[in-house]
Design a protein around this ligand. Sequence first.
Ligand code: SAH
Length: 503
Amino acid sequence: MTKRLWIETVGCQMNVLDSELVVAALRRQGWEMARGAAEADAVFYNTCSVRQHAEDKIYSALGRVRFEKAKRPGLVVGVLGCMAQKDQELIRTRAPWVDLVVGPGQLHQVPALVADVLAGGGPRIEVSLERKGAARDVIARSFESYDPDRDPAMRPTPFQAFIRTQTGCDKFCAFCVVPHVRGPEQARAPDTIVAEATKLVAEGCREITLIGQTVNSYRWSDGGKTHRLSDLLLRLDGIDGLDRIKFVTNYPRDMTPDLIAAVRDLPKVCHYLHVPAQHGSDAVLARMKRGYTIGQYMEMLALVREELPHAAVTSDFIVGFCGETDAEFETTLDLVRSAGFKNSFIFKYSPRPGTKAFERLPDDVPEEVKRQRNQALLEAQADVSLAGNRRFIGTRQQVLVEGLSTREEKREAAAAAAGAAPADATPDDVVQLSGRTMCDRIVVFDAPRRLVGRLVDVDILDAAAWSLSGVVADGLADAVPLTSLGFTGETEPEVHSITLPRR
Ligand code: SAH
């Protein structure tokens, strides 16, 4: 009988891609997607360890799934990803009903592991080596990059795809657990990345987002030549049928002139740069072991502004890091007020076991102060974002239509809950759609549903802090339908997420 899978994903784009690939691997073995945990034969959680909150969410989800498992002992419960690597046996100590614990470097094993559990083989823990206690290359080999061929019929969003450029991270910022749970930085070969992109584009993909923990640190050496991210972008820009290329996340010191020039000169590369500053104070940046001063960050930003005057730059910030004084926090506020970020993701510091900050610096900023600083920074950024967005009123923007707007999704979910038949929806129905400009600004507008996955021109009429709104301009007939690119499937997402407040 067909087995059904339910998967919940938290965290970064890497996890979204990992979930897509795990789902595809199981579907290839005959699995189908369930509509919820209650009707699933296997329930997976693809987890994040970057903040305590992300882990708490998973432990409470595991608490809930326990009742399901008690009713149906054959249900396979799996914890995948970063928390699996970090907590290992602890997960089964806290939740003994978990059958599978699989780290991000072991995801290729999932189909075999599930089959094993179903055959009565008992619980399994498959993780990679820890970063201490072995040679770097031995540790690196224990983290296998998971990039199997993708089946176009199984892609959640056929017109967009993430492609991994490298796994792991070697930056060791004092606050960050990523180098510990995703292992040493390992680049994929440029030929492999370009081949993957070419195949995806042939299957109807129009936007590719390159992902790496610090994507612009990409280096690949062969035959005496070092390939950098700028070299990779040049090759990807040449792929016929591809419209847009993005890359996240950037490390400020690796935002080199060749990369900025590549963004300037290559027409498909989006003018959108996510370059987290993390803080406005040199003293705090030093405690965070970020490896740059705010002066160096501003020099980088000045070069970006000079070469790419219309680019959107975004940042991450941590408030309430160990020892952060009021005066130090003010420097972050000043940076946000002056740097003109399109938006910032703001996080309250969360101590992570295994990191330098956890081991050496007390988490001494009270929760209430973190909360206040978080709020103050959000408000400062909202003012800057609104002013930035208002400059777009009256302009025409090319938008890649991504799907229904959040408002429309909620409206349709409510209608479905009230018993309205979704089958009544036709491609010509005018609904509120949402898409993004070349500089990653969200645009909402009313248009026929069938425009999802197309590039359309939108005249911008209004602006809010986090989005623009407008009307579709003339020339709609030019938009290339996805079906002409060989895509005929449904756009129903297969990767289900419980979303944390992040990208
Ligand atoms: N390199 C990846 C993942 C980093 S985690 C990327 O940027 O996508 C994303 C953000 O979470 C970081 O930029 C940082 O601002 C925040 N973060 C990381 N560790 C944190 C911690 N211990 N507490 C609070 N925020 C943290």
